[in-house]
Ligand binder design. Structure first.
Ligand code: B12
Ligand code: SF4
Length: 415
């Protein structure tokens, strides 16, 4: 069987070279492992042109911003190969049928790629398939060499590699679109120690010095964290990761630093307790401030991630966020809020202080992120802020603190 796995163009991604489509390499790993005689290739349309349509099966992985482009890709495939079997999967898969109807695919596969995918392909199952979530996580990444050749990202001047050690998240922020993890997301699945060792050995053998961790769970499980950190130290990697503010205790930050952490990203979202409550963030601005201070005490660079335009946003709440950024000289990234399917706000907009048009978002999601012209868009309004106010408030943060958009490391280098 000839299989082509496609990553559609991800418009607005600042540097696609830095972001391998990790999920699709795991899909490839499953096929390679259970059907080694199948010919399986990946076409990342951020880099490669889709020129050859002579495959039996096309597997396409999509998130919300890749839906419309995928519809076009499917049209091309059908035109050039009417007998192809086309499957859609990835973060947006569970919501596609409900929100868009069919995009022209044969099957929507919701969930992690597991061995079940093989029988789905062989039986040419139609319409919708929901994979069961297994406690044990997936295989390793056998194509590390290929990924390193194609994607060269540098962090802290060192060649780096994106990696994810755990999946799931026990929290339920009302703005978060949990995608394939769905309600079972509370079952946290970790890569086994043996696989971790094997992956890291091959990452090391490919001259990678820095790991960029995309886990949502660092700090949640002491034992698992320790396994990960020991492995990182064993290969002498440096790394960066994201953590929640309440996990950023002085002990944990110290531990991260000792094991080679060069910086943490913290999803503060807002410095208004009222907003944190509305979005069910399950933490407080007190924890946020402590986290910043703990990072400063230990000397670990921190970047705050914020979302402007969340339910309950007012000019005052934006000011609260700005005051903290200024007071702590905090490096930051601020996005504009856009509700996505799979989140509680999307499902129950009337329960929140927010207004938006679902159809407008579904037809323009890729523009909500960051348009090619460099402009942001806003598709929401709160009772106190219009779209224009939110855009203005967001722009003001960038205008007031342009220096703070750089990382702490960069700021030191240029001072
Ligand atoms: C790393 C990451 C990024 C990176 C890199 C993205 C990239 N293209 O590689 C950056 C920071 C750039 C990014 C940006 C954005 N991201 Co992002 N990102 C993630 C994150 C944290 C990890 C993704 C990952 O690699 N997971 C690991 C792999 C193994 O999992 P996976 O991709 O889900 O793949 C598995 C299954 O889904 C399945 N599968 C996947 N594809 C396919 C295809 C087929 C055919 C089959 C059968 C199975 C299958 O098998 C895989 C292995 O089990 C996820 C959250 C998460 N924890 O997953 C959010 C997430 C994917 N991002 C999300 C969003 C919304 C965005 C942005 C739109 C954010 C914004 N508003 O600015 C942008 C869009 C960028 C773009 N243009 O694509 C949402 C998607 C929601 C949705 N419903 O679509 C997520 C789920 C976060 C969330 N909880 O809201 N992101
Ligand atoms: S935003 Fe982060 S902490 Fe909140 S539910 Fe999503 S992954 Fe979990």
């Amino acid at each position: 069987m000839k299989v082509l796995i496609i990553a559609p163009v991800a418009d607005g991604m600042s540097n696609p070279k830095a972001y391998p489509p990790m999920g699709l390499y795991y899909v490839m790993a499953i096929l390679n492992r259970y059907r080694p005689n199948w010919e399986v290739k990946i076409c990342d349309m951020n880099h490669d042109k889709l020129l050859d349509y002579q495959y039996d099966v096309f597997l396409i992985g999509i998130n919300i911003v890749q839906v419309l482009i995928t519809k076009e890709i499917i049209k091309y495939i059908r035109r050039n190969n009417p007998h192809a079997y086309i499957i859609l999967g990835g973060a947006m898969a569970p919501y596609l049928l409900n929100e868009y109807g069919s995009l022209g695919e044969d099957l929507i596969y919701s969930g992690e790629a597991t061995k079940e995918l093989i029988s789905v392909l062989e039986k040419r199952t139609r319409r919708f398939y929901c994979a069961t979530i297994k406690p044990q996580l997936r295989l390793g990444l056998p194509q590390i060499e290929e990924i390193v050749l194609k994607y060269n990202s540098y962090d802290q001047g060192a060649k780096s590699f994106s990696y994810i050690y755990s999946r799931g998240c026990p929290f339920n922020c009302s703005f978060c679109s949990k995608g394939v993890l769905r309600h079972e997301s509370k079952i946290i699945r970790y890569t086994s120690e043996m696989i971790l060792e094997d992956d890291f050995l091959r990452i090391y053998n490919n001259s990678i010095k820095h790991i960029r961790l995309w886990d949502d769970n660092i700090g949640l499980n002491k034992l698992k964290d320790q396994i990960l950190l020991n492995k990182i130290s064993r290969f002498n990697f440096t790394f960066d990761c994201q953590i929640r503010s309440e996990y950023a205790t002085i002990e944990f930050i110290n531990k991260l630093k000792k094991h080679g952490c060069t910086g943490v990203r913290i999803g503060f979202e807002s410095f208004s307790d009222q907003i944190l409550k509305i979005i069910d963030k399950n933490t407080s601005t007190e924890n946020h401030i402590k986290a910043i201070l703990n990072c400063r005490t230990i000397g670990l660079p921190v970047r705050g991630l914020f979302i402007i335009g969340l339910p309950g946003e007012t000019q005052e709440t934006i000011n609260e966020t700005m005051n903290v950024i200024e007071k702590y000289n905090l490096s930051f990234t601020a996005s504009i809020y856009c509700p996505y399917p799979g989140s509680s706000i999307w499902d129950n907009p009337t329960a929140y202080d927010i207004k938006f048009c679902k159809n407008e978002i579904l037809q323009n999601a890729e523009k909500a992120y960051y348009s090619k012209s460099g402009n942001y868009n806003c598709f929401v309004e709160t009772s106190k802020m219009s779209r224009a106010d939110i855009l203005k408030g967001h722009q003001m943060i960038y205008d007031l603190f342009p220096e703070l958009t750089k990382s702490e490391g960069e700021r030191k280098r240029y001072n």
